[in-house]
Design a protein around this ligand. Structure first.
Ligand code: NAP
Length: 247
């Protein structure tokens, strides 16, 4: 699949799944703007790895929970890249606790970053893609958004919310040749899951029919499919990349 000359903005591209997405898009020929919140060095390293694949790539700092920062980031990325074909809303955080103990600020932080952050970026890219009459938006949901998970009421709400939001935007933008899809990973080997206690990791592994964690690259392949030219007649869909967890 060739994305040669296409342009992409990936939020949370400095580490984990987002980094793998940037590299996969670059491998397919796309130029990439790599968003990060605080990891400047990691974002620059990801950009260097993309450039080594022969494309243009640069880091771009913005806290996606800040609407003004998202608007400025999308504007800057589109200006530097020349146009914006692909937006991947991948940035996400967890603040896990049982609902009984969950602090309001932890509920809000997760919704602000995972759900509202994606909305701010999509809203900022909306007009540009509409005018271009071309766009590929991909959001990072989670199996937890489909099935729920004890201790993750805030995270599950944010990931389920993304699905309803993206289906709505898919309907708004379909007539303009802009698709909006979601990937729902299961249990992927990144910093996010490395932070889980050993007992929780063992219990989670037991829920995966394939009996192994996923790799960031497994998720990146699915994102690249939705982001590419071959998925032009697919919109409003959720693709699980989870070793069978959600079956
Ligand atoms: P990760 O390793 O913790 O990386 C998170 C990325 O998001 C980093 O690049 C981080 O940037 C960025 N980020 C966090 N808050 C941000 C903010 N406010 N503004 C901009 N960027 C921000 O996470 P991951 O495991 O790769 O997860 C990536 C996405 O996949 C998330 O949406 C997550 O919910 C989803 N997901 C992950 C799994 C899994 O098992 N790992 C499963 C299902 C869904 P900095 O480096 O600057 O902090």
């Amino acid at each position: 699949m060739s994305m040669k000359g296409q342009t992409a903005l990936v939020t949370g591209g400095s580490r984990g799944i987002g980094r793998a997405i940037c590299l996969e898009l670059a491998r397919n020929g796309a130029n990439v703007a790599i968003n990060y919140a605080g990891s400047a060095a990691a974002a620059e390293a990801a950009a260097a790895a993309c450039r080594a694949l022969g494309v243009e790539a640069f880091p771009i700092q913005a806290d996606v929970a800040d609407p003004a920062a998202c608007a400025a980031m999308v504007k800057e990325a589109a200006a530097k890249l020349g146009r914006l074909d692909i937006l991947v809303c991948n940035a996400g955080i967890t603040r896990d606790n049982l609902a009984l103990l969950l602090k309001d600020e932890d509920f809000d932080a997760v919704l602000d970053t995972n759900l509202k952050g994606a909305f701010y970026c999509m809203k900022a890219a909306y007009r540009t893609m509409m005018k271009q009459k071309y766009g590929r938006i991909v959001a990072m949901s989670s199996v937890v958004g489909l099935r729920g998970n004890a201790g993750q009421a805030n995270y599950a709400a944010s990931k389920a919310g993304l699905i309803g939001m993206c289906k709505s935007l898919a309907k708004e933008l379909a007539g303009r040749n802009v698709t909006v899809n979601l990937v729902a990973p299961g249990f992927i080997d990144t910093d996010m899951t490395a932070a889980l206690p050993e007992a929780a990791r063992t219990a989670l592994l037991g829920t995966i029919p394939m009996a192994r964690l996923g790799r960031p690259e497994d998720v990146a392949k699915a994102v690249a499919f939705f982001a590419g030219p071959d998925a032009g007649y697919i919109t409003g869909q959720v693709l699980c990349v989870d070793g069978g967890m959600a079956v």
